[in-house]
Design a protein around this ligand. Structure first.
Ligand code: ADP
Ligand code: MG
Length: 637
């Protein structure tokens, strides 16, 4: 059977192109400027090849001209132009890309070195975006050999190609902008400031100057004085709208800190210099350039749902996406910046394909890079790192905690905690390197602030024995530490856990004996407290304090406190309390004598007071402050 060619309903196809590929009408300008840039590249590239090295990109501008009266917007370039045949095949055939063909030919001739040319076109449809805003499009063009031609169409009724005259090499794309409708304002595409901002947004890094004559207004000379009211006059300037040079493609050696900071502040609207910049380029599994910044402080909405993470994504210098969230893991969501890669698979509207393999590769390589740069800062500029950590440490801790600690290995080395012995923030690695002989655990204590932690009854003994304790003062801290479980094989251990194993075997044995001897006292106290505590026991770990509260099981008092606060003050989860008494304290002697005289009522009063006090020392609320006050008073009188 003879094969047949598909017939296309060109009119329908064009209609589809025009009305369903793009989400924003404004991108017509991005497409036409990209084409102008491609055409200029082709000319420039050929000129270079034939040895005309005196030519600079500066000399090959792309110009926008507004003619409001006739509703015309013209995009002109000094590129390679097109012959009548090329007009026919490039613009008369939907989905034919002369630019892609050019790039492929260059590649086959020049090999990989042709990678350097940033040809943007590839789908052969961008040009038709012009019909989203124009009722008529006219192309007047002249090639380097002097062949001129004109292509014109109003979209749905086909196109004409005719002879034309153009004085110089290059192409004019002349759009007659549509009239406003009830729902669409097309006039805006004839406004200089609107066009300027569209260029800035999508085409800022096109490597040829994009120029537009801008009209401004000023007070006429000699007017606006005491006796002459101000009169105004227009004047025009020829402005270059784009910054042209993507600084991330320059070599690091060429750039100063000032260059980076200037770029950062103007691009990301910060008034402060960035704390850190990361400039990196990679070739291999994915070829990309990236320029990343860590701000000096958290944006005001950083810890809210409103904050949107993401990096700008460019393909060949053309903006594809403003906030590409997939490029940043949540724990590094504070990073700002951009990625430029020619490897991305785009769909024909030049949007990113959702499951782009390269994107994943880039994201994971950036994550590693960010971590290593932060570690570098931590080792070499500690003060700066602490500033960073104060701003974003909570995010890192949160990152180590979420998803059952899936990212903890990535993040643990970046964490800082206040050390009781060093009196400053330290890393876990530093803690472990200082651990005492025989010490197997990393000791930590939680509290509202360091002073409160240092006042904890259990703290005394650790301090006397010279142990370093990490003081955790953030809500998230203990949850995070429990999720991390251990660091370099050392388990995190709260100093308020009841089985903190600090005593020698001898001391333990002595304590056990003492417990047996005083079993009846301990039982009387436990009976008085009932379900409030799981256990009442003696401890060798208190010095000046009479008692303290420790816990058993996974939930600590500090965690109960946080959960309670999240739950509007109600404790749905209760830590298992262990009341520990100091056998050396005068109060314990008193309890013993009460027990001997059989005064269970007074023992009960003592027990509730000790229980409440132990909670107060831990910074926990007590159930009934009134009852507590009365109990104390009954003993005072
Ligand atoms: P693409 O840019 O993806 O190739 P377009 O539809 O935007 O597709 O353009 C189709 C083709 O028309 C281009 O590949 C190029 O060959 C040609 N073309 C478009 N604009 C110009 C121009 N300003 N100068 C020279 N050739 C152009
Ligand atoms: Mg194009």
């Amino acid at each position: 059977m003879a094969k047949k060619q598909f017939k296309t309903e060109s009119k329908r196809l064009l209609d589809l192109m025009i009305n369903s590929i793009y989400t924003h009408k404004e991108i017509f300008l991005r497409e036409l400027i990209s084409n102008a840039s491609d055409a200029t590249d082709k000319f420039y590239f050929n000129a270079m090849r034939s040895g005309d090295s005196g030519l600079t990109r500066e000399q090959l501008p792309i110009t926008l001209t507004i003619d409001r009266e006739n509703r015309r917007l013209t995009i002109s370039d000094c590129g390679c132009g097109m012959t009548a045949e090329e007009l026919e095949s490039n613009l008369g055939t939907i989905a034919r890309s002369g630019s892609l063909a050019f790039k492929q030919e260059m590649k086959s001739q020049e090999g990989e070195s042709a990678e350097d040319i940033d040809i943007i076109g590839q789908f052969g449809v961008g040009f038709y975006a012009a019909f989203m805003v124009a009722k008529d499009v006219k192309v007047v063009t002249r090639t380097a050999d002097g062949a001129c031609a004109c292509w014109e169409s109003s979209g749905d009724d086909g196109y004409t190609i005719s002879d034309a005259d153009r004085a110089e090499r290059g192409t004019d794309i002349i759009l007659t902008i549509k009239d406003n409708t009830d729902t669409e304002q097309y006039d805006e595409y004839l406004e200089q400031f609107r066009l300027q901002s569209i260029v800035k947004k999508y085409s800022d890094y096109i490597r040829y100057p994009i120029r537009m004559e801008m009209t401004h207004s000023r007070v006429k000379e000699g007017t606006g004085t005491d006796d002459k009211p101000a009169e105004y006059e227009d004047y025009t300037t020829l402005d270059t709208l784009n910054s042209m040079i993507p600084i991330w493609k320059k070599s690091k050696k060429e750039l100063t800190d000032d260059d980076y900071n200037h770029f950062y502040k103007s691009k990301f609207f910060d008034y402060e210099d960035a704390l850190l910049h990361i400039h990196t380029s990679t070739e291999g599994a994915a070829t990309y350039h990236a320029l990343l910044f860590v701000p000096a402080r958290a944006p005001f909405d950083y810890y809210t749902k409103d904050y949107e993470k993401g990096l700008q994504l460019y393909s060949n210098g053309v903006l594809i996406m403003d906030k590409c969230a997939d490029l940043l893991p949540d724990h590094f969501s504070f990073v700002r910046g951009l990625v430029d890669s020619a490897d991305l698979s785009l769909n024909i509207s030049r949007e990113l394909l959702q499951h782009d393999r390269h994107l994943k590769v880039i994201a994971s390589s950036l994550e590693k890079k960010i971590k290593s740069e932060l570690l570098h800062l931590q080792k070499n500029e500690r003060e700066k790192y602490e500033t960073f950590f104060r701003a974003f440490g909570r995010q890192l801790k949160y990152g180590a905690y979420v998803n059952y600690g899936a990212h903890k290995d990535m993040l643990m080395d970046l964490l800082l905690y206040y050390s009781s012995t060093e009196g400053k923030l330290v890393t876990l690695e530093e803690y472990v390197s200082r651990m005492q002989e025989g010490q197997t655990d990393i000791y930590y204590a939680c509290g509202e602030n360091v002073a409160k932690i240092e006042a904890l009854p259990r703290f005394e003994q650790l301090r006397d024995k010279g142990y370093e304790v990490l003081c955790l003062t953030d809500d998230i801290d203990e949850f995070c530490v429990k999720m991390m479980a251990s660091y370099q094989g050392k388990t995190f251990k709260s100093i308020t856990e009841s089985d903190l194993d600090l005593e020698t075997e001898e001391e333990k044995e002595q304590l056990r004996k003492l417990g047996e001897e005083n079993e009846s006292v301990l039982k009387a106290v436990k009976d008085a407290l009932g379900d409030k505590v799981k256990k009442v026991q003696l401890t060798g770990q208190l010095k000046s304090h009479a008692c303290c509260m420790t816990t058993e099981g996974g939930l600590s008092l500090e965690m109960e406190k946080v959960l309670r606060a999240q739950n509007g003050g109600d404790a749905q989860m209760r830590a298992e309390r262990v009341l520990e008494l100091n056998p050396e304290h005068a109060i314990f002697a008193k309890l013993k004598s009460l027990q001997e005289s059989g005064d269970t009522a007074t023992i009960a009063t003592y027990a509730t007071i000790l229980y409440d006090q132990a909670l107060l020392i831990e910074g926990m609320p007590i159930d009934d402050p009134g009852a507590y006050a009365n109990a104390v008073c009954s003993l005072l009188v």
